[in-house]
Design a protein around this ligand. Structure first.
Ligand code: SF4
Ligand code: SF4
Ligand code: FES
Length: 801
């Protein structure tokens, strides 16, 4: 359809708001409280427009064909001027030291509405700074636009903020006659409320700081940025989140350390909150630059000789690297014949290959599809812990699309399961991974191939009592109770789930997405699970999304021929080895960190995205090593253009890659991988994987899973001073009770070969289990978790008496 805004014809889609259409067409309509993909709150009324002669609000008026919209009349601007005046009443004049100054929307709109006088006044009340933990709230700067509440509820899913009574006077009634209705209403609301965490004093949330990002003023601020820099002194360097596979667009805000020391430092990470949301790791784990003082020639030459003398049998690395680095490693592998070892990526790669071979295509959902879904199933992922950014999209879909869903996991995430009553957590047992997918096939697939026919027969009969109406000889209605036999899914029963509920959840649902995570990739039955999943993509209406476990697992899986380690000398690249070329503290030679490295990642949406270096690295790059071994590139990013076409990459130079969203929210970040090319070039594998009956024999109560606390995503994240935590065993209240453990006590967790001594702490947001993290270099949890993500571990409290 077409609408007309200020004389310009604009194309619009059914369901669009006028404001969205204006923005997509580069027409400026002032708006403070509205946030993309969130429910309009009508708090600010700045977006007032005339539609076909009537006053409306652009942020909550849906388009109609032929609509005539005016947003720039003198009357409208006079009223906006009055609203901005009310926002400025008793606003402290502290712009000189306010962290938001220079990028403050209160400043911008006051200027834009040409406020040069104040016609209103009211008695000020005592409003003190509040310490909410990682964040600070200054109520005197708050204009109660409610963006913080909205983003937390509609996007993040924590619903951690609320309005509370301000205790201020109501505006004098006399003003009602002298000012516009909208300005008076905004002022009245403003006088009534303030913002507070749900418990009134401190945040009990995942501390993503998205509320800080959306705040138009300096009312909510990160404590670690407060009073450290003016916004205009910072240089914004576009990058991609290096901590998780969303690889979301973000900016390193950089300036020199001090007047005397011109070394650059990252002061904060910011984002374009209209189109992106960052997780806690992206937001806070930015001071992770390597402490490399310069080039260590002796060790570098030793490393070169190790290659030239063919001493290196394995190169072990992780997926916190760029595509260009992964490609260099692959080229070196081809030249020197060592094993490229990355177990996490190898599991994912094997899973992906089996999936693609049997579905004939790549996984077909993106995070955008998740956002548009109204029915979402999650399996094999402890989602908020594994990939918080994707959990925001799930929350956004369920809340905004009135969606429903099922979340299968043995550990219950109580906060996440509360996002809506139609988002049902199913606490299925460990070992039931295949049954989840079989049930989806049973319930949703139209036809099943011969080898999966047994799924069709997985039913049992149940006797139920039904009421039957009939008439007696005189024609009177009589009701009788009768026994009836019905067929029910034995798969659903095994999962501990009532399939009858599903009918209600599915009412009026049309867009289905299935999200699959780590538990399925690290599984002794992974091939069969991938095969089932391939059939789901082929035979049901579900789109399928795999979550690559680490930042660039997908890029590494596309680019590298991976294998298991063999005996012999191991070079660790960003990992420990017999020679460690890494950025951990025990290295032989320092390697660059992702914020000191230009290059690209492939994110979970199968999109290649660029990232720039925030800081200079003084040591040797992997590219220097490659050059010393006969490859030839002045800079690492010369490889961007050479990334192989048969793996789906396009030959585009790094400097030609874009990295932004436009005003309509269209994604202009890098490019989409040509997944057809990747699938086409896969070696054909027609062998149907066998179901290794994956029953979990171990004692349920003893099971621990491998997972990190929300936000501290990896050892790479944990290097930052914001995290820098020691590992604990994180346990639910019921787990502590079952094992007779006290919170914060020291415990031994062990099997018949190994043990770890660790503190056990309570995670009050989970039920039914415990998890052991991977972020702390000082413990090695992988010694227990060899073929699965979960394992039964004995646990015993240690007494030091
Ligand atoms: S704290 Fe900021 S975002 Fe929240 S209501 Fe106040 S001004 Fe708006
Ligand atoms: S930090 Fe994140 S989770 Fe916490 S209140 Fe702010 S938006 Fe919500
Ligand atoms: S943006 Fe529309 S009311 Fe605030």
């Amino acid at each position: 359809m077409k609408i007309n805004i200020n004389g310009k014809e604009c194309l619009a889609n059914d369901g669009d708001y006028v404001l969205q259409v204006a923005r997509a067409n580069d027409i400026f309509i002032p708006a403070i409280c509205y946030l993309n993909d969130c429910s309009p709150t009508l708090a600010c009324r700045m977006c007032m427009v005339e539609i076909d002669g009537k006053r409306s609000y652009a942020c909550n008026t849906k388009v109609k064909d032929g609509m005539q919209v005016l947003s720039n009349t003198k009357e409208l601007w006079d009223e906006r001027n009055a609203i901005m005046q009310t926002y400025c009443i008793n606003h402290p004049l502290q712009c000189g030291v306010c962290d938001k100054s220079g990028e403050c929307e209160l400043q911008n709109f006051t200027h834009k509405a040409q406020v040069d006088t104040q016609n209103h006044w009211i008695k000020e009340i005592d409003r003190r700074h509040q310490d909410w933990g990682a964040l600070q709230y200054d109520p005197s700067l708050c204009i109660v636009c409610e963006r913080c509440i909205t983003v937390c509820k509609d996007k993040i899913g924590d619903s951690e903020l609320k309005t509370i009574a301000r205790g201020g006077d109501a505006p004098d009634k006399d003003f009602k006659d002298t000012m516009s209705k909208d300005a008076y209403a905004v002022w009245t609301k403003f006088q009534k409320s303030l913002i507070a965490p749900q418990n009134g004093t401190t945040l009990d949330c995942q501390e993503c700081a998205e509320c800080v990002s959306v705040c138009p003023t300096g009312a909510i601020i990160n404590k670690n940025f407060q009073y450290r820099s003016n916004a205009w002194e910072l240089t914004r360097i576009p990058a991609s989140n290096p901590h998780s596979s969303d690889c979301e667009l973000m900016y390193y805000d950089v300036k020199q350390k001090s007047i005397k020391d011109n070394t650059k430092m990252v002061y904060r990470v910011s984002n374009d909150f209209h189109f992106t949301t960052l997780n806690k790791a992206a937001r806070f784990a930015y001071d992770i630059a390597s402490d490399c003082k310069g080039k260590d020639e002796v060790e570098f030459n030793r490393l070169v000789s190790l290659f030239k003398d063919n001493k290196i049998k394995n190169v072990k690395f992780n997926s916190y690297i760029t595509n260009e680095e992964a490609y260099i490693l692959e080229l070196l592998r081809q030249k020197y014949g060592f094993n490229l070892v990355n177990n996490e990526a190898l599991c994912f790669q094997d899973f992906l290959k089996t999936f693609c071979a049997h579905s004939g295509s790549f996984y077909n959902a993106s995070s955008d599809d998740v956002k548009k879904s109204d029915f979402i199933v999650i399996a094999g992922s402890f989602l908020r812990h594994d990939n918080p950014t994707l959990s925001y999209k799930v929350n956004n879909a369920i809340v905004m699309n009135k969606g429903a869903g099922l979340y299968f996991h043995p550990i219950k995430d109580t906060k996440f399961s509360k996002i809506a009553k139609n988002f049902v957590s199913v606490n299925c047992d460990y070992g039931k991974e295949a049954q989840v997918l079989e049930f989806i096939l049973q319930y949703f697939a139209k036809d099943l191939p011969q080898d999966l026919a047994y799924i069709k027969d997985a039913f049992y009969e149940e006797q139920i009592e039904v009421e039957v109406k009939s008439k007696d000889a005189e024609g009177n209605e009589i009701k009788e109770k009768k026994q009836e036999t019905i067929k029910k899914s034995s798969l659903a029963k095994e999962l501990g789930f009532d399939e009858d509920k599903l009918k209600d959840l599915l009412l009026k649902k049309a867009n289905f997405t299935l999200i699959i995570g780590n538990d399925y990739f690290y599984h002794e039955n992974a091939k069969y699970l991938a095969y089932l999943l391939a059939n789901i993509q082929k035979l049901t209406d579900f789109k399928v999304m795999l979550i690559p476990p680490r930042t660039n697992t997908l890029g590494v899986s596309l680019l590298c021929k991976l294998s298991k380690a063999s005996d012999g000398f191991t070079l660790g690249y960003n990992e420990r080895g017999d020679f460690s070329f890494s950025n951990d503290e025990h290295n032989n030679l320092a390697s660059s960190n992702l914020l000191e490295q230009e290059g690209t990642f492939v994110n979970y949406d199968k999109r290649l995205v660029p990232t720039n270096a925030a800081l200079k690295f003084k040591g040797y790059y992997l590219n220097d090593l490659a050059n010393a071994l006969g490859l030839d590139a002045l800079y690492t990013i010369e490889y961007t253009e050479q990334l192989p076409k048969d793996k789906g990459f396009l030959n585009i130079a790094f400097d030609d890659l874009t990295n932004h969203y436009d005003n309509a929210g269209n994604n202009h970040r890098g490019y989409l991988i040509d997944t057809c090319e990747f699938v086409k070039n896969l070696k054909q594998d027609n062998q149907i994987p066998q179901n290794i009956k994956s029953t979990c024999e171990c004692k349920k109560d003893d099971i621990v899973i491998l997972a990190n606390p929300i936000g501290n995503l990896s050892k790479y994240t944990n290097k930052s001073s914001f995290f820098n935590e020691c590992a604990s065993l994180y346990a639910s209240k019921d787990y502590l009770a079952k094992h007779n453990l006290k919170e914060n006590s020291m415990v031994k967790i062990y099997d018949d070969k190994d043990e770890i001594i660790i503190k056990v702490v309570l995670d009050k947001n989970i039920e039914n289990g415990a998890y052991l993290p991977t972020f702390d270099d000082k413990i090695n949890p992988y010694k227990f978790f060899k073929t699965r993500r979960y394992y039964a571990l004995n646990i015993k409290e240690i007494s030091y008496e």
